[in-house]
Design a protein around this ligand. Structure first.
Ligand code: GLU
Length: 430
């Protein structure tokens, strides 16, 4: 009921897609599978997850009532290395969404050429209004229940929507109680607990690096651009700060509470101060004008960064998007119908599979540092991030231009091809 209400607001421009994320990923996977000419009988091996763990998390909250949450960890494919992916705490988490996101991680790590498979987990909990101590119990309980299937050489969780470095610290601690201190069992940890410099900002920074690559291809000067951001959590707020470093102007921001706009430009640091430090509502930010959430899509800009939930760009708002470039900070923000509308309108789309890979790339660096009990300084991490993102963009662009594909099609083809190749080489199938 709650989910339906969230998915069907009065203004159709602001709803989430009716097509599920699992259907969206299946569509892109099937297209890649067919264009690679792979055999039909092996398709199921690469589409279905290897292992799905679903657990019950009963917690008595401070309202005095017992709440039964559902927790998941889905390991999609491990041909290229240990399973890797985030843990999402959000009321709309369900098993199909986690399946879709786990599969995305498999192709994402493959396109970025980092030695991991793909996984995702989550709990269907609304973290807003929960006490820190309640969140801690949920995080520890989930970890206890999936302990047997994770570990630094098996499956390495990380933050996602609704979780952060603190959540990872609790999970690392819980894993340590059961198995001995093992910092490489999760990534995205606090700096004080063997987290990596640069990890918190990495997904947002990576999106901006991808925008710089796209801008170079299109002959756009990033310093002269205007941009809008949907979602002002970790990814959106770091996109805003990294774009500001390039000299770009933030002209509108939207989140679950509404949207704001300023033609003079919104100061990303002050907005972070207002929302993240001060705990204020986005719509109450004093230095911008509040607008209808649906009107956010129509704000003219050079680049639009969707960095909220999946399914936010669909046939009711793709026709009105007033940008030249869209860089997907979120996972699965765009339905396949919207993809076609954007392509017809000549909007250049940098797809999630490569655009938001910066988070897992720096997770890889964190894991490597933990395994060696070593630490790189932040500039070194950021340089390595840039070189992986540039290489990834270059490989995908090359294939797209060579074969007449969109960047999304090319990225899926490269990802699927590499996973199939690893699987074949291991001797799993011929
Ligand atoms: N949750 C992030 C993602 O969707 C990061 C995953 C990770 O670092 O393992 O890519």
């Amino acid at each position: 009921m709650a989910t339906e209400a969230l998915r069907e607001p009065a203004d159709p421009r602001t709803r989430r897609a009716r097509v599920s994320e699992l259907e969206v990923v299946r569509h892109h996977f099937d297209r890649a599978w067919d264009s690679l000419g792979l055999s039909d009988d092996a398709r199921q091996i690469f589409w279905e997850p290897y292992r799905e763990v679903s657990v019950q998390i009963p917690i008595k909250l401070s309202d005095g009532a017992m709440h039964v949450f559902h927790g998941f960890r889905i390991q999609h494919n491990g041909a290229r290395g240990p399973y890797k992916g985030g843990m999402r705490f959000h009321p709309e988490v369900d098993i199909d969404e986690v399946r879709a996101l786990a599969s995305m991680m498999t192709w994402k790590t493959a396109v970025a050429s980092i030695p991991f498979g793909g996984a995702k987990g989550g709990v269907n909990v609304d973290t807003r209004g929960l006490k820190e101590e309640e969140l801690q119990r949920i995080a520890r309980s989930l970890l206890d229940k999936i302990d047997k299937v994770i570990g630094p050489n098996r499956d390495i969780p990380a933050p996602d929507i609704g979780t952060n470095a603190q959540t990872m610290a609790w999970m690392m601690d819980e894993y340590g109680k059961l198995n001995g201190h093992t910092p490489a069992c999760v990534t995205g940890k606090p700096i004080s607990l063997e987290g990596s410099y640069g990890r918190e900002a990495a997904t947002g920074r990576g999106c901006v690096i991808m925008f710089e690559e796209a801008a170079a291809r299109l002959g756009i000067d990033p310093a002269e651009t205007t941009f809008t951001v949907q979602g002002f959590g970790n990814v959106g707020s770091w996109i805003a700060r990294a774009m500001r470093e390039l000299g770009a102007k933030l002209v509108a921001v939207a989140d679950q509470d509404g949207a704001i706009r300023s033609e003079a430009g919104i100061d990303a640091d002050r907005l972070v101060e207002h929302v993240h430090v001060g705990g204020g509502k986005l719509t109450e930010y004093p230095e911008a004008e509040e607008i209808e959430t649906g009107d956010f899509y129509e704000v003219p800009c050079d680049v639009f960064f969707p960095a909220a939930l999946g399914g936010m760009v669909h046939e009711d708002n793709a026709p009105i998007l007033a940008c030249r470039v869209m860089v997907e900070g979120a996972n699965n923000p765009t339905t396949f119908a919207a993809d076609e509308i954007l392509a017809d309108r000549g909007i250049y789309v940098v797809p999630d599979l490569i655009a938001n890979a910066g988070g897992v790339v720096v997770s890889y660096f964190e894991w490597v540092q933990n395994l060696q009990h070593f630490r790189w300084e932040e500039p070194a991490v950021n340089d390595m991030l840039r070189s992986v993102m540039k290489r990834t963009f270059g490989e995908v662009l090359h294939r797209a231009e060579r074969d007449g594909r969109s960047l999304r099609e090319a990225a899926f083809e490269i990802g699927v091809d590499r996973v199939v190749e690893a699987s074949r080489t291991r001797g799993y199938f011929s």
